[in-house]
Design a protein around this ligand. Structure first.
Ligand SMILES: [Zn+2]
Length: 81
């Protein structure tokens, strides 16, 4: 398993602050040195914030699908930071 795969598995727990201290450090260290995962982390974080502050039923039709699609797409140069 590559470091990025490992980091990706830890990311949700990292965002939820549910990792053990060791796991947290692994994730944090990797996020510090890996641009790809850092962008992924920022994206997940902003997505969570957005979902938290936006009532789902008020979302325009298709937006949830769009967001779900974004989640599975690799963050490219045009991905939101
Ligand atoms: Zn990485």
């Amino acid at each position: 398993m590559s470091d990025c795969d490992k980091c990706e598995r830890l990311l949700q727990g990292y965002l939820d602050r549910e990792l053990t201290r060791d796991e947290f450090e692994v994730a944090e260290m990797h996020l510090d040195e890996c641009d790809y995962c850092r962008r992924r982390y920022r994206f997940e974080e902003s997505l969570r914030q957005y979902v938290r502050t936006t009532a789902v039923e008020r979302m325009p039709p298709g937006l949830m699908e769009k967001l779900a699609q974004l989640r599975t797409t690799d963050p490219g140069p045009s991905a939101p930071v």
